[in-house]
Design a protein around this ligand. Structure first.
Ligand code: GLN
Length: 316
């Protein structure tokens, strides 16, 4: 049992620890609009399954969700088409390469390695675009994050569309391998738009809580995502969510997590909480540098490692 004040003290410590490493990272600049972010921002929000909310720092600041949208897209695709169909198009193995790599796709496989890297997520987008409009995707994100304000950040979207030659190269490679069988440009546009949705740390924590609660929305008791999908998605987050840093991150924190180059981190703890983090200073692999550091500390302090058998609960 832990008192609320103690949890808050741990979060304050976590922010201090995170701030200590911000200077070793830098904001993403390959999408010019993202370079405008203030690298010193840092916020963390934690929603627990027993109804507590803890937060500190810049938890209301909006930023683009970027690669964290890959998790929502995967959920929607699994729910719509079923796992067997989706995993025909995309694998579930860590690639060991950067998020925007295409070498392994060209040399080592006829399918993208997993849905958490660009090649895999563009493939998932190409499946979704046959059935859904980007407004449907936006509505889905609003529902799972319980935030009707989620919308495309037009400036970031335009900025990425003007500089996404590499993603187009990946998509055309996918087309040449007949993994994408519809219009390449439509798939890239859908993918880029879903990456450009603006969220805050609270939204990510709320989505994390939904996953931690087995896909059932806490506020309504409504099931939004099936148990099977939730289990699969968390497994893939743990093994592939931090790209070529996934193994080290899993070892250190043991918390299924997905990063985005906008600075967001979405974490799900089976000890029953969702965690959302915002910190746009990134490490070399494109993961929030402060968030990774502070999650290591929080995981130890709150016993959140997936293989940690110690219980954790907030005292009422
Ligand atoms: N790692 C990321 O967040 C990358 C997402 C970004 N939209 C891209 O495709 O490059």
């Amino acid at each position: 049992m832990m008192k609320s004040e103690e949890v808050m003290r741990i979060l304050e410590n976590a922010i201090r620890i995170g701030k200590g490493v911000i200077r070793y990272g830098s904001v993403a600049s390959y999408i010019p609009e993202l370079a405008k972010a203030d690298k010193n921002k840092l916020g963390i929000c934690l929603y627990t399954i027993d109804g507590n909310q803890f937060e500190t720092g810049n938890t209301e600041d909006r930023f683009t969700i970027q690669s964290i949208s890959k998790v929502m897209a995967l959920c929607l695709a699994l729910e719509t088409f079923g796992a067997e169909f989706v995993f025909n198009y995309v694998g579930v193995e860590p690639s060991g390469e950067a998020f925007n790599s295409l070498v392994e796709l060209d040399n080592r496989s006829n399918r993208p390695f997993n849905p958490m890297i660009n090649s895999g997520a563009i493939t998932v987008a190409s499946l979704l675009v046959n059935h859904y409009s980007i407004e449907d995707m936006q509505k889905y994100m609003q529902d799972v994050c319980e935030d009707p304000e989620i919308a495309v950040d037009e400036a970031v979207f335009q900025s990425e569309m003007a500089t996404c030659a590499r993603n187009k190269a990946i998509a055309y490679l996918l087309k040449s391998k007949e993994i994408i069988d519809n219009d390449v440009e439509d798939s890239v546009t859908f993918y880029t738009k879903m990456c450009s949705m603006s969220v805050n740390a609270r939204d990510l924590a709320m989505f994390g809580l939904l996953l931690a609660n087995d896909g059932v929305q806490l506020s309504t008791g409504k099931r939004l995502i099936s148990s099977q999908t939730v289990r699969m998605v968390q497994t893939i987050m743990l093994t592939c969510g931090m790209y070529d840093g996934s193994g080290e991150f899993a070892l250190r924190t043991g918390i299924p997590t997905k990063s985005g180059v906008g600075g967001g981190l979405l974490s799900v703890s089976k000890k029953k909480m969702g965690i959302g983090i915002y910190g746009p200073s990134l490490d070399k692999k494109g993961n929030c540098i402060a968030g990774c550091e502070l999650l290591g500390y929080i995981s130890e302090a709150l016993h959140l490692h997936i293989f940690d058998t110690r219980e954790w609960k907030v005292e009422e």
